[in-house]
Design a protein around this ligand. Structure first.
Ligand SMILES: [Fe+2]
Length: 389
């Protein structure tokens, strides 16, 4: 038995999980709020769709709070939206921010909370190396997808849709939320296809956390449980979107995925997905799923530029797919995607040779791809993308 185990794992977010957990919003607010002005950040019109806008407003008012609402337009957590939101937080000196929605709404809320107490544009922090000195406004996150895992991570994806036209990440331990409320009933209105794509994002994050060079025994446990839960429930959830039991298992799988990759970051699959989303409008989870099977095959190979342990660890992932080889696991993933009416080829998004070269040119995010267990070269990525042409 080895004694050579040494790691640190850190995640300070209180997670409040369960069917109707959202009813615990008031005591959670009371625990963390610093003054009686509260800002709720959400996706556009989401609170009305979920039927919680009026109830939340009434509840807060009845308990002595003023509630303001900030609805994020569109699907991206963009620089202009975040700067506008941060300005508003500084002006009104909120004592708590609640972010409700998918990954981009929660990431917007995260950035607004930290920038609300740190001056300047988010550009200063992303591009000029300015550091976040002060702690942010206390933050509670409520995911309505399962999901990005953003509710338990210390970073936010920020899209520069201007001249740079690039995906950035703002990351700091001060950006962790105080608490996350994960209520599977809030997932029921999410259309099956969107649920499928966000579920595949969570699956990809968990698999990448498990094979990441940064993995540790704690992240491993969360990652394996997440992979198992998602593979067991994702198609059942797709075919039975109103069934709360599958939604609950997917919510749990997504949270475990977040707890795993909150300490490892993602790897090559996520890195390659960003230009696919930015230039070809492929939703994030689907962009990850498109190359996930190919990277399972790639990382499973014993080669001189792979870590010694990777092929063995890949075997554990392969067995969770209830398959014997990496090829079979990749094929199974393709079948799962087809069963959920998702695209599996780049040509279905009109990505031609030029498009593939664009993805290769922008697909190497150093902070992500360096954690992949096997070194990825441009030639490797070209071959992977041609395999899913
Ligand atoms: Fe992701």
């Amino acid at each position: 038995m080895t004694t050579n185990i040494s790691y640190s794992y850190y995640n300070p977010v209180e997670t409040i999980f369960g069917v109707h957990a959202f009813k615990k919003i008031l005591p959670t607010i009371q625990k963390y709020v610093q003054n009686n002005h509260i800002l709720i950040v959400s996706d556009e019109n989401l609170l009305n769709i979920l039927g919680i806008h009026e109830n939340l407003h009434t509840l807060l008012k009845a308990n002595g709070y003023t509630a303001d609402f900030f609805e994020k337009p569109g699907k991206y957590s963009s620089i202009s939206i975040i700067d506008r939101g941060a300005e508003r937080v500084r002006k009104h000196q909120y004592g708590l921010i609640i972010g409700i929605g998918g990954g981009s709404a929660m990431d917007t809320a995260k950035c607004m909370a930290i920038l609300g107490r740190n001056n300047g544009s988010i550009n200063d922090y992303l591009k000029k190396g300015k550091s976040l000195e002060k702690t942010g406004v206390p933050l509670i996150l409520v995911p309505t997808t399962a999901g990005t895992g953003s509710e338990v991570t210390r970073w936010a994806t920020v899209w520069d849709l201007g001249d740079f036209f690039k995906k950035f990440s703002l990351s700091d331990p001060k950006m962790f939320a105080k608490a996350s409320i994960i209520d599977p009933t809030l997932l029921l209105k999410l259309p099956p296809k969107m649920s499928a794509m966000t579920g595949l994002d969570a699956l990809s994050q968990a698999i990448e956390a498990y094979w990441s060079k940064n993995h540790n025994p704690v992240s491993d446990e969360f990652a394996l449980k997440s992979i198992e839960l998602i593979l067991e429930n994702i198609t059942k959830m797709f075919h039975n979107p109103s069934d709360l039991s599958y939604r609950t298992q997917m919510a749990l799988g997504s949270m475990f995925s977040g707890l795993a990759f909150s300490n490892t970051k993602t790897t090559a699959v996520h890195s390659v997905s960003y230009p696919m989303t930015l230039h070809f409008n492929i939703p994030h989870g689907l962009a990850c799923a498109l190359t996930l099977g190919e990277f399972i095959k790639f990382n499973a190979l014993e080669t001189p530029n792979n870590t010694l342990e990777a092929p063995q660890r890949l075997q554990t992932i392969i067995s969770l797919f209830k398959t014997k080889t990496a090829e079979e696991a990749a094929l199974k993933l393709t079948m799962i995607m087809k069963e959920m009416a998702l695209e599996t080829k780049l040509s279905q998004f009109n990505i031609d040779e030029n498009g593939i070269e664009k993805i290769i040119a922008e697909g190497f995010t150093p902070d992500r791809v360096k954690h992949n267990p096997r070194l990825v070269t441009k030639e490797d990525l070209r071959e992977i993308l041609h395999n899913i042409k």
